[in-house]
Ligand binder design. Structure first.
Ligand SMILES: [Cu+2]
Length: 341
Protein backbone atom coordinates (compact mmCIF):
# COMPACT_ATOMS: atom_id res chain seq x y z
CA UNK A 1 0.00 0.00 0.00
CA UNK A 2 2.68 2.43 1.09
CA UNK A 3 4.95 1.38 -1.74
CA UNK A 4 2.28 1.92 -4.35
CA UNK A 5 1.48 5.29 -2.84
CA UNK A 6 4.91 6.74 -3.54
CA UNK A 7 4.96 6.40 -7.34
CA UNK A 8 1.27 7.25 -7.47
CA UNK A 9 1.93 10.41 -5.50
CA UNK A 10 4.99 11.26 -7.60
CA UNK A 11 2.97 10.76 -10.76
CA UNK A 12 0.11 12.94 -9.64
CA UNK A 13 2.50 15.67 -8.51
CA UNK A 14 4.29 15.45 -11.85
CA UNK A 15 1.00 15.61 -13.69
CA UNK A 16 -0.27 18.44 -11.54
CA UNK A 17 2.70 20.68 -11.91
CA UNK A 18 3.66 19.33 -15.29
CA UNK A 19 2.43 22.67 -16.37
CA UNK A 20 -1.13 22.45 -17.38
CA UNK A 21 -0.25 25.85 -18.66
CA UNK A 22 2.62 24.44 -20.66
CA UNK A 23 1.74 20.99 -21.85
CA UNK A 24 1.25 19.52 -25.29
CA UNK A 25 -1.19 17.08 -23.70
CA UNK A 26 -3.56 19.76 -22.49
CA UNK A 27 -4.65 21.31 -25.79
CA UNK A 28 -6.04 24.83 -25.81
CA UNK A 29 -6.81 24.90 -29.52
CA UNK A 30 -7.70 22.78 -32.55
CA UNK A 31 -4.15 22.20 -33.72
CA UNK A 32 -2.83 21.17 -30.33
CA UNK A 33 -5.87 18.88 -30.09
CA UNK A 34 -4.85 17.12 -33.30
CA UNK A 35 -1.27 16.80 -32.09
CA UNK A 36 -2.62 15.42 -28.81
CA UNK A 37 -4.70 12.80 -30.64
CA UNK A 38 -1.70 11.80 -32.72
CA UNK A 39 0.45 11.54 -29.63
CA UNK A 40 -1.99 9.30 -27.80
CA UNK A 41 -2.56 7.05 -30.81
CA UNK A 42 1.21 6.56 -31.13
CA UNK A 43 1.40 5.95 -27.40
CA UNK A 44 -1.30 3.26 -27.30
CA UNK A 45 -0.32 1.53 -30.53
CA UNK A 46 3.36 1.41 -29.68
CA UNK A 47 2.57 0.53 -26.07
CA UNK A 48 0.58 -2.50 -27.15
CA UNK A 49 3.34 -3.57 -29.55
CA UNK A 50 5.91 -3.18 -26.82
CA UNK A 51 3.91 -5.37 -24.47
CA UNK A 52 3.39 -8.03 -27.17
CA UNK A 53 7.08 -8.10 -28.07
CA UNK A 54 8.16 -8.27 -24.44
CA UNK A 55 5.65 -11.04 -23.70
CA UNK A 56 6.82 -13.11 -26.66
CA UNK A 57 10.42 -12.54 -25.66
CA UNK A 58 9.77 -13.63 -22.09
CA UNK A 59 7.82 -16.69 -23.22
CA UNK A 60 10.62 -17.63 -25.59
CA UNK A 61 13.28 -17.22 -22.97
CA UNK A 62 11.43 -19.18 -20.35
CA UNK A 63 9.52 -21.65 -22.50
CA UNK A 64 10.52 -25.26 -22.18
CA UNK A 65 10.11 -26.02 -25.82
CA UNK A 66 12.33 -23.17 -26.77
CA UNK A 67 14.96 -24.35 -24.36
CA UNK A 68 14.93 -27.80 -25.78
CA UNK A 69 15.14 -26.53 -29.31
CA UNK A 70 17.96 -24.23 -28.43
CA UNK A 71 19.88 -27.14 -26.97
CA UNK A 72 19.19 -29.20 -30.07
CA UNK A 73 20.45 -26.33 -32.22
CA UNK A 74 23.57 -25.98 -30.20
CA UNK A 75 24.34 -29.66 -30.67
CA UNK A 76 23.68 -29.90 -34.39
CA UNK A 77 24.37 -26.25 -35.37
CA UNK A 78 21.51 -26.75 -37.71
CA UNK A 79 17.75 -26.49 -37.33
CA UNK A 80 15.42 -29.03 -38.82
CA UNK A 81 13.94 -28.00 -42.22
CA UNK A 82 10.54 -27.85 -40.55
CA UNK A 83 11.65 -25.40 -37.85
CA UNK A 84 13.49 -23.38 -40.46
CA UNK A 85 10.47 -22.84 -42.70
CA UNK A 86 8.32 -22.05 -39.68
CA UNK A 87 10.84 -19.47 -38.51
CA UNK A 88 10.99 -17.99 -41.97
CA UNK A 89 7.21 -17.62 -42.08
CA UNK A 90 7.14 -15.94 -38.67
CA UNK A 91 9.93 -13.52 -39.60
CA UNK A 92 8.32 -12.66 -42.95
CA UNK A 93 4.95 -12.12 -41.30
CA UNK A 94 6.41 -9.92 -38.58
CA UNK A 95 8.30 -7.84 -41.16
CA UNK A 96 5.18 -7.26 -43.22
CA UNK A 97 3.15 -6.29 -40.16
CA UNK A 98 5.91 -3.92 -39.04
CA UNK A 99 6.02 -2.22 -42.42
CA UNK A 100 2.24 -1.89 -42.45
CA UNK A 101 2.22 -0.37 -38.97
CA UNK A 102 5.00 2.07 -39.89
CA UNK A 103 3.02 3.01 -42.96
CA UNK A 104 -0.08 3.71 -40.88
CA UNK A 105 1.98 5.85 -38.49
CA UNK A 106 3.49 7.83 -41.37
CA UNK A 107 0.09 8.48 -42.92
CA UNK A 108 -1.34 9.57 -39.54
CA UNK A 109 1.61 11.83 -38.87
CA UNK A 110 1.74 13.46 -42.32
CA UNK A 111 -2.05 13.85 -42.29
CA UNK A 112 -1.93 15.64 -38.92
CA UNK A 113 0.93 17.83 -40.17
CA UNK A 114 -1.14 18.88 -43.15
CA UNK A 115 -4.30 19.45 -41.15
CA UNK A 116 -2.60 21.84 -38.72
CA UNK A 117 -0.34 23.68 -41.15
CA UNK A 118 -2.68 26.36 -42.36
CA UNK A 119 -5.69 28.16 -40.94
CA UNK A 120 -5.57 30.82 -43.63
CA UNK A 121 -8.88 29.63 -45.03
CA UNK A 122 -10.66 30.76 -41.86
CA UNK A 123 -12.28 34.14 -41.46
CA UNK A 124 -10.82 37.25 -39.94
CA UNK A 125 -7.28 36.17 -39.12
CA UNK A 126 -4.87 38.15 -36.98
CA UNK A 127 -1.21 38.54 -37.93
CA UNK A 128 1.47 38.77 -35.29
CA UNK A 129 5.16 39.05 -35.96
CA UNK A 130 7.30 37.41 -33.33
CA UNK A 131 10.98 38.31 -33.28
CA UNK A 132 13.45 36.31 -31.25
CA UNK A 133 16.19 38.24 -29.49
CA UNK A 134 18.83 37.03 -27.08
CA UNK A 135 16.90 36.53 -24.73
CA UNK A 136 13.47 38.05 -25.10
CA UNK A 137 10.55 38.16 -27.53
CA UNK A 138 9.40 41.14 -29.50
CA UNK A 139 5.74 40.90 -30.40
CA UNK A 140 4.28 43.06 -33.13
CA UNK A 141 0.65 43.12 -34.19
CA UNK A 142 0.65 43.75 -37.91
CA UNK A 143 -2.12 45.91 -39.30
CA UNK A 144 -2.55 47.67 -42.63
CA UNK A 145 -3.43 50.74 -40.62
CA UNK A 146 -0.17 51.94 -39.04
CA UNK A 147 -2.02 53.49 -36.10
CA UNK A 148 -3.24 49.99 -35.21
CA UNK A 149 0.21 48.42 -35.28
CA UNK A 150 1.29 47.50 -31.80
CA UNK A 151 4.71 46.55 -30.47
CA UNK A 152 5.10 44.84 -27.13
CA UNK A 153 7.26 42.16 -25.56
CA UNK A 154 7.19 38.78 -23.85
CA UNK A 155 3.40 38.59 -23.56
CA UNK A 156 0.98 38.04 -26.41
CA UNK A 157 -2.78 38.37 -26.19
CA UNK A 158 -5.01 36.63 -28.71
CA UNK A 159 -8.78 36.45 -29.10
CA UNK A 160 -10.40 33.05 -28.57
CA UNK A 161 -11.73 31.42 -31.72
CA UNK A 162 -9.80 33.51 -34.20
CA UNK A 163 -6.91 32.11 -36.23
CA UNK A 164 -3.59 33.84 -35.66
CA UNK A 165 -0.75 33.80 -38.12
CA UNK A 166 2.64 33.93 -36.45
CA UNK A 167 5.38 35.36 -38.65
CA UNK A 168 8.64 34.33 -37.06
CA UNK A 169 11.90 36.24 -37.31
CA UNK A 170 15.16 36.52 -35.48
CA UNK A 171 17.44 39.42 -34.70
CA UNK A 172 20.50 37.33 -33.92
CA UNK A 173 20.67 33.51 -33.71
CA UNK A 174 18.12 30.78 -34.33
CA UNK A 175 15.35 30.67 -31.74
CA UNK A 176 12.22 28.58 -31.70
CA UNK A 177 8.70 29.68 -30.85
CA UNK A 178 6.94 27.00 -28.87
CA UNK A 179 3.66 27.23 -27.00
CA UNK A 180 2.86 23.54 -26.51
CA UNK A 181 -0.81 24.03 -25.56
CA UNK A 182 -1.40 25.62 -28.95
CA UNK A 183 1.01 24.16 -31.48
CA UNK A 184 4.36 22.53 -32.13
CA UNK A 185 7.66 24.34 -32.49
CA UNK A 186 8.56 26.78 -35.22
CA UNK A 187 12.10 28.05 -35.68
CA UNK A 188 12.83 31.76 -35.88
CA UNK A 189 15.69 32.16 -38.31
CA UNK A 190 17.81 35.26 -39.01
CA UNK A 191 17.02 36.94 -42.35
CA UNK A 192 14.07 34.66 -43.03
CA UNK A 193 10.42 34.71 -42.12
CA UNK A 194 8.78 31.52 -40.96
CA UNK A 195 5.10 30.96 -40.74
CA UNK A 196 2.84 29.21 -38.27
CA UNK A 197 -0.86 29.35 -37.48
CA UNK A 198 -2.23 29.07 -33.99
CA UNK A 199 -5.71 29.29 -32.57
CA UNK A 200 -7.09 29.03 -29.06
CA UNK A 201 -10.58 27.69 -28.57
CA UNK A 202 -10.48 28.06 -24.82
CA UNK A 203 -9.57 31.15 -22.82
CA UNK A 204 -6.46 30.70 -20.75
CA UNK A 205 -2.87 31.63 -20.10
CA UNK A 206 -0.52 29.41 -22.03
CA UNK A 207 3.17 29.47 -21.32
CA UNK A 208 5.70 29.10 -24.08
CA UNK A 209 9.42 29.18 -24.28
CA UNK A 210 12.30 29.21 -26.68
CA UNK A 211 12.88 25.68 -27.91
CA UNK A 212 16.16 26.08 -29.75
CA UNK A 213 19.33 26.53 -27.73
CA UNK A 214 20.27 30.16 -28.31
CA UNK A 215 23.03 30.91 -25.84
CA UNK A 216 23.60 31.55 -22.17
CA UNK A 217 20.09 32.59 -21.13
CA UNK A 218 18.14 30.31 -23.44
CA UNK A 219 16.39 28.81 -20.42
CA UNK A 220 15.11 32.25 -19.37
CA UNK A 221 13.35 33.10 -22.59
CA UNK A 222 9.71 32.47 -21.84
CA UNK A 223 6.54 34.10 -23.03
CA UNK A 224 2.86 34.05 -22.19
CA UNK A 225 0.06 33.71 -24.66
CA UNK A 226 -3.13 34.99 -23.05
CA UNK A 227 -6.23 33.84 -24.92
CA UNK A 228 -9.30 35.83 -24.03
CA UNK A 229 -12.81 36.46 -25.33
CA UNK A 230 -13.04 38.89 -28.23
CA UNK A 231 -14.35 41.85 -26.19
CA UNK A 232 -11.62 41.55 -23.57
CA UNK A 233 -9.02 41.20 -26.28
CA UNK A 234 -10.33 44.35 -27.97
CA UNK A 235 -10.18 46.24 -24.69
CA UNK A 236 -6.62 45.07 -24.15
CA UNK A 237 -5.66 46.11 -27.67
CA UNK A 238 -7.22 49.56 -27.28
CA UNK A 239 -5.34 50.10 -24.02
CA UNK A 240 -2.04 48.90 -25.45
CA UNK A 241 -2.34 51.15 -28.48
CA UNK A 242 -2.47 54.19 -26.22
CA UNK A 243 0.77 55.96 -25.48
CA UNK A 244 2.11 55.55 -21.97
CA UNK A 245 0.05 57.04 -19.18
CA UNK A 246 1.42 60.37 -18.01
CA UNK A 247 2.71 60.17 -14.47
CA UNK A 248 0.24 61.73 -12.06
CA UNK A 249 1.87 61.60 -8.63
CA UNK A 250 4.95 63.43 -7.49
CA UNK A 251 6.73 60.14 -7.08
CA UNK A 252 5.99 58.86 -10.58
CA UNK A 253 6.74 62.24 -12.18
CA UNK A 254 10.14 62.05 -10.54
CA UNK A 255 10.47 58.42 -11.69
CA UNK A 256 9.83 59.40 -15.28
CA UNK A 257 12.54 62.03 -15.10
CA UNK A 258 14.96 59.48 -13.72
CA UNK A 259 14.17 57.17 -16.62
CA UNK A 260 14.43 59.86 -19.27
CA UNK A 261 17.68 61.24 -17.85
CA UNK A 262 19.38 57.88 -17.84
CA UNK A 263 20.80 55.62 -20.51
CA UNK A 264 17.57 53.59 -20.35
CA UNK A 265 16.28 55.67 -23.27
CA UNK A 266 18.97 54.46 -25.65
CA UNK A 267 17.66 50.93 -25.49
CA UNK A 268 14.02 51.13 -24.41
CA UNK A 269 11.00 52.77 -25.93
CA UNK A 270 8.17 54.30 -23.96
CA UNK A 271 5.68 55.65 -26.47
CA UNK A 272 4.53 59.13 -25.61
CA UNK A 273 7.90 60.09 -24.13
CA UNK A 274 11.27 60.89 -25.63
CA UNK A 275 12.51 57.37 -24.88
CA UNK A 276 12.79 55.76 -28.29
CA UNK A 277 15.37 52.97 -28.01
CA UNK A 278 14.71 50.06 -30.32
CA UNK A 279 16.88 47.21 -29.11
CA UNK A 280 15.20 46.17 -25.89
CA UNK A 281 11.65 45.35 -24.77
CA UNK A 282 9.13 48.15 -25.29
CA UNK A 283 8.13 49.45 -21.86
CA UNK A 284 5.09 51.53 -22.82
CA UNK A 285 2.76 49.24 -20.87
CA UNK A 286 5.32 47.35 -18.86
CA UNK A 287 3.19 47.46 -15.69
CA UNK A 288 0.48 45.39 -17.35
CA UNK A 289 2.78 42.44 -18.02
CA UNK A 290 3.15 39.33 -15.92
CA UNK A 291 6.90 38.96 -15.86
CA UNK A 292 10.24 40.70 -16.02
CA UNK A 293 13.08 39.85 -18.40
CA UNK A 294 11.17 37.37 -20.57
CA UNK A 295 9.34 36.05 -17.53
CA UNK A 296 12.48 35.19 -15.61
CA UNK A 297 10.77 36.53 -12.47
CA UNK A 298 7.21 37.72 -11.76
CA UNK A 299 6.54 41.40 -12.27
CA UNK A 300 6.57 42.81 -8.74
CA UNK A 301 8.06 46.04 -7.42
CA UNK A 302 10.66 44.13 -5.45
CA UNK A 303 11.79 42.11 -8.45
CA UNK A 304 11.84 45.21 -10.64
CA UNK A 305 14.05 47.07 -8.19
CA UNK A 306 16.37 44.05 -8.09
CA UNK A 307 16.42 43.89 -11.87
CA UNK A 308 17.30 47.57 -12.33
CA UNK A 309 20.01 47.56 -9.66
CA UNK A 310 21.71 44.42 -10.92
CA UNK A 311 20.25 42.81 -14.05
CA UNK A 312 23.33 40.64 -14.42
CA UNK A 313 22.80 38.75 -11.20
CA UNK A 314 19.17 37.96 -12.04
CA UNK A 315 19.90 36.88 -15.61
CA UNK A 316 23.67 36.61 -16.10
CA UNK A 317 24.90 37.54 -19.55
CA UNK A 318 21.74 39.33 -20.67
CA UNK A 319 22.17 42.43 -22.82
CA UNK A 320 20.92 45.04 -20.39
CA UNK A 321 23.66 47.30 -19.10
CA UNK A 322 23.99 47.82 -15.37
CA UNK A 323 23.28 51.47 -14.74
CA UNK A 324 24.09 53.10 -11.45
CA UNK A 325 20.78 54.52 -10.26
CA UNK A 326 20.87 56.63 -7.09
CA UNK A 327 19.29 54.89 -4.15
CA UNK A 328 16.88 57.80 -3.76
CA UNK A 329 15.94 57.55 -7.44
CA UNK A 330 15.24 53.84 -7.43
CA UNK A 331 11.85 53.84 -5.71
CA UNK A 332 10.36 56.58 -7.92
CA UNK A 333 11.70 54.80 -11.01
CA UNK A 334 10.12 51.51 -9.95
CA UNK A 335 6.82 53.23 -9.13
CA UNK A 336 6.80 54.94 -12.49
CA UNK A 337 7.45 51.79 -14.51
CA UNK A 338 4.83 49.85 -12.56
CA UNK A 339 2.31 52.63 -13.18
CA UNK A 340 2.59 52.00 -16.93
CA UNK A 341 -0.43 49.72 -17.11
CU1 LIG B 1 15.99 31.66 -27.89
Amino acid sequence: MKRAAVPAFALSVLYGCAWHQQSALNPGGPQAAKIDTLWWSFFWLLGVIFIIVMTVLLLTLTGRRANMEREALEVTHKASPQTESQTRRIVTGATIITILILFVLIVASVGTGKAIADLGFKKNPLTIQVTGNQWWWEIQYINGDASQTLVTANEMHIPVGRPVQILGQSQDVIHSFWVPNLHGKRDLIPSRTTNEWIEADQPGAYRGQCAEFCGLQHAHMALWVIAEPEDRFDAWMRAQLQPAASPSTQETIRGQQVFLNNACVFCHQIRGTTAGGQNAPDLTHFGSRRGIAANTVPNTKGNLAGWIVDPQSMKPGNHMATIAVNSTDLQPLVDYLESLK
